[in-house]
Design a protein around this ligand. Structure first.
Ligand code: 13P
Length: 337
């Protein structure tokens, strides 16, 4: 078993998943504005260190993805943030892309930037304690999108990123996100997501990536946010599994879904059903941002010094996600707090 495969399995095994706390300062400011908390370095640190020191970290969170600001911060009691995360047995990850910018040649679409100087930045992040990384490619979906250009350019960037990350001794999370926005059907989401994922693996193969030392972070197969289609958790699970079974090579150890705008309960229920129906060898777990943090953030915003209360809310969500990653979640358990 390679070192990178060991790291990937440590993050994903035993009902654990990933806490995506890598919101850029601009995105975190939006999240804090929405609950009327001032976004400054201290408040961003306070919320995050509250989550990272929660009791559920050791059982439910195998890895935490950080943003550049956070990986360099010290907690108010002196430990660095990576030290705090590692103390619970969880691994530190880092978002290394520099965001999605307008794609020349198809101006509605975006290409993720950040390859220039990446080799040097990775060395720095490794020294700071990172053992895995994230890069997100983002795709519009409609009749004409994603364009061939966007599918190809983003897959190329993801593969170049993955090669540099493995060279630096870390596990790359490959995140091709087909957005939920739009009127499209779940079937369209299946077709387009399949095209996107299959192109990613074509490029990853070209760059000789050790797939056993990678994690895929895809969207689930869902109808568009503005579509009227009603679809059950079971159907979502079926389509999602079909997509992954047909397009992800079997040497990939695990898949950690993004929540992408689903509510906490939707993201939990869908992951649970995916695991109940799982007819693949992939570990199926979570790499949630909003679906792990939303309720905790709302609670915390009412009294930012109520650490224990905030942790209780986060712990419940993390436990529910962990049960879902094992196909053991139910509405009854959800409601017994
Ligand atoms: P969400 O779960 O809120 O979609 O965030 C996950 C993530 O890291 C998106 O890049």
């Amino acid at each position: 078993m390679s070192e990178l495969n060991k790291i990937a399995l440590q993050i994903l095994s035993n009902g654990k998943g990933i806490l995506a706390a890598d919101e850029s300062t601009a995105t975190m400011t939006k999240r804090l504005d929405s609950v009327k908390v001032h976004s400054d370095e201290n408040n961003r640190l306070l919320f995050r260190q509250t989550l990272f020191s929660s009791p559920s970290m050791s059982k439910c969170i195998g890895g935490v993805i950080l943003y550049d600001e956070t990986i360099r911060q010290k907690t108010s009691y002196g430990k660095t943030i990576p030290e705090l995360i590692n103390a619970s047995g969880s691994l530190t990850g880092i978002k290394v892309d520099k965001g999605a910018k307008i794609l020349a040649g198809s101006k509605d679409e975006k290409i993720t930037e950040g390859l220039d100087g990446l080799r040097e930045r990775l060395r720095d992040y490794y020294k700071l304690g990172a053992r895995f990384t994230k890069w997100r490619g983002v795709y519009l979906i409609s009749d004409k999108y994603p364009s061939k250009l966007s599918v190809s350019a983003n897959a190329h960037a993801l593969a170049r990123y993955a090669a540099l990350v493995q060279e630096a001794g870390m596990v790359p999370i490959i995140e091709p996100e087909v957005l939920m926005d739009g009127h499209h059907s779940a079937k369209d989401c299946l077709t387009k997501t399949s095209e996107v994922i299959s192109k990613c693996y074509e490029e990853l193969e070209l760059y000789k990536i050790d797939l056993s030392g990678t994690i895929l972070k895809p969207n689930m197969i869902l109808p568009g946010k503005d579509s009227n289609e009603k679809i059950s958790n079971d159907e979502i699970a079926g389509l999602t599994l079909e997509c992954l079974k047909n397009n992800v090579p079997s040497s990939v150890p695990g898949i950690a879904f993004l929540s992408g705008g689903q509510t906490e309960i939707e993201a939990t229920a869908n992951l649970n059903q995916i695991n109940i129906n799982n007819n693949t060898d992939f570990i199926m777990t979570y790499s949630y941002g909003r679906a792990l943090q939303q309720s905790a953030l709302r609670f915390w915003s009412k009294d930012i010094n109520n650490i224990v209360g905030t942790q209780k809310i986060f712990d419940h969500r993390a436990k529910m996600c962990s049960l879902a990653a094992q196909g053991k979640w139910s509405k009854n358990i959800e409601n017994t707090k």
